[in-house]
Write a protein that binds this ligand. Structure first.
Ligand code: PA5
Length: 517
């Protein structure tokens, strides 16, 4: 590491205040030279993606998230309209909600929003809300799981202002995801318990004709916005999925889109040395040996970016974590991503990063501006912002000195434009990296399998329910009666016991525990 290598390795876009410092990644020129044919292919793949090729072969779909911030690039007029018309509609909708042209049945204005979604239908909106939603016109709350206690706690918080003043936004591309459906039904029940008509407080973002779309029509939802099949969940933050909640919060969605468009312009450059996304993809390849051999630790030194690591975790791991490559050969690809924020994490896992197992590379995100407005001196001449910078600079140096690699992304502030830049940077990096390692970044067979996984348990659970009696029975006895695996039956029984449906008498081992109504 040296001043010279900093100058040589830096990719910067001064007009946006953005820079990417790879000097602490120690990427050998020979490594990049050997990768050159794959780099050229990655650029060609990207041109094909942006031209509307079927870049997601398993699902036979185009991959259109890059068009969302410049609809003119979408290959047909129909696709362009599928971007511009919903944006106009969602802006008009948010405006009407804000001005009171759309009001709740009980009168007054909608004052808060409950977003129900999961995965790509929640993580992007959560990131945007946390990063730039501090002074939101309508604060955003989330159901992003099927945990009843979690939902109760959100409903309790919403009830302080009142469900009658809460707009519910149900987001599901497929319109059939169990967690989201359950959340919607729980919310509906809470509205009905409060004597409110759920449909007249609800809007949806979903694929046209999906189950949710049909349900929204049946219940007379206030509005429905389309989600196109050529946008993946984890790359949907700049589609209706992210823009409807952002507009309802009163955020500058044009600036968010402009930031992403600006990064797209930079990262379409065919010169890899000037292309921050390609530089990042090469850095990931070099750090992980193109096989995910090291984890990526994401450390934004800014509280408002605390969800960026969680957002990136999905974007990277759901896109790159694949069993087979594009030729159908076993690949078991991926890069594990975790993180939180600095300097907080310096008092948690950074100890291991510095001194323990060297199985990671760090991604520092530096936000140069500390705060708007003046700062006090916490030491003579020194502010808290100075400390934050000091901890970031000190930690990356300390890591490097103990042989740990890192890269640093610097932005001037966390604004809608800068957030758009960051989102677009990582979306394109993921696409480039997927090309470098020859995998389909745009499907999610593991997620689809997971969506079906609960079915078997629920089937056994219902069979077990049907065999409970006032006479005590063991899991083995019920397993014989239901022709099920005794361990599965046992877990059903402990679940029923914890939820008050059956009484448990503890034996010496689980096999001797008995259950009765
Ligand atoms: O990125 C993805 O494809 C997934 O994480 C989905 O977003 C998630 O499973 C939710 O799916 P849906 O929007 O169809 O409810």
């Amino acid at each position: 590491m040296s001043w010279k290598s900093y100058n040589q390795s830096l990719v910067r876009y001064p007009q946006h205040g953005f820079s990417l410092d790879l000097s602490m990644m120690d990427i050998e020129p020979a490594y990049v030279a050997a990768l050159q044919p794959k780099i050229s292919k990655a650029f060609a793949d990207m041109v094909a993606v942006e031209s509307g090729a079927i870049a997601n072969p398993d699902e036979g779909r185009m991959v259109g998230h890059y068009w969302l911030r410049n609809a003119a690039l979408a290959p047909t007029g129909e696709l362009q309209k599928a971007i511009t018309e919903p944006i106009a509609a969602l802006k008009a909708f948010a405006e009407k909600v804000h001005t009171g042209a759309i009001i709740p049945p009980a009168g007054g204005h909608f004052q808060q929003v409950l977003l129900i979604g999961i995965g790509g239908s929640a993580l992007g909106p959560q990131l945007v809300s946390e990063a730039i939603g501090q002074n939101a016109r309508l604060p955003l709350y989330f159901f992003d799981n099927t945990d009843p206690a979690g939902m109760d706690s959100v409903i309790a918080r919403l009830s302080q202002v009142g469900l009658s003043k809460t707009l519910v936004l149900v987001i599901s591309k497929s319109g059939g995801t169990a967690e989201t459906r359950n959340g919607m039904l729980e919310a509906k029940a809470a509205y009905e318990a409060a004597g409110l008509d759920f449909g007249r407080h609800a809007a949806a973002v979903t694929g046209t004709g999906s189950k949710l779309d049909q349900y929204a029509k049946q219940l007379g939802f206030i509005a429905t916005f389309p989600m196109e099949d050529w946008i993946g969940g984890r790359t949907s933050v700049l589609s209706t999925v992210g823009l409807v909640p952002a507009a309802l919060q009163g955020l500058d969605i044009d600036a968010l889109l402009a930031g992403a468009a600006a990064m797209d312009v930079e990262t379409r450059k065919q010169d890899p040395t000037q292309n921050a996304a390609m530089q990042l993809a090469i850095a990931w390849h070099c750090a992980t040996n193109g096989k995910g051999e090291k984890d990526m630790v994401v450390l934004p030194y800014k509280d408002s970016l605390v969800l960026f690591s969680k957002y990136l975790q999905q974007l990277v791991m759901e896109s790159l974590g694949k069993e087979l490559d594009l030729d159908g050969q076993p690949a078991h690809q991926g890069i594990a991503v975790y993180g939180n924020k600095g300097s907080t994490d310096q008092h948690a896992y950074v100890q291991q990063l510095r001194d323990g197992v060297n199985n990671f590379f760090a991604t520092f995100i530096e936000v140069r501006k500390g705060r708007s407005g003046p700062s006090i001196e916490v030491d003579p001449g020194t502010s808290t912002a100075d400390y934050l910078q000091g901890f970031l600079r000190g930690t990356r140096k300390a890591l490097y000195e103990s042989g740990r690699k890192s890269l640093t992304i610097s932005i001037p502030e966390v604004s809608p434009f800068q957030l758009g830049l960051l989102i677009a940077l990582f979306e394109r990096t993921v696409s480039f990296y997927a090309s470098l390692v020859n995998i389909n970044a745009y499907h999610q067979p593991g997620v689809e399998a997971g969506k079906k996984a609960a079915g078997a348990f629920l089937e056994t659970l219902n069979k077990v329910r049907g065999h409970l009696t006032a006479d005590a029975k063991t899991a083995d006895e019920i397993a014989i009666e239901t022709d099920a695996d005794p361990e599965d039956v046992y877990h059903c029984l402990t679940h029923l016991s914890a939820n008050g449906e059956v009484q448990i008498s503890i034996g010496a081992t689980p096999a001797e525990d008995s259950f009765q109504i």
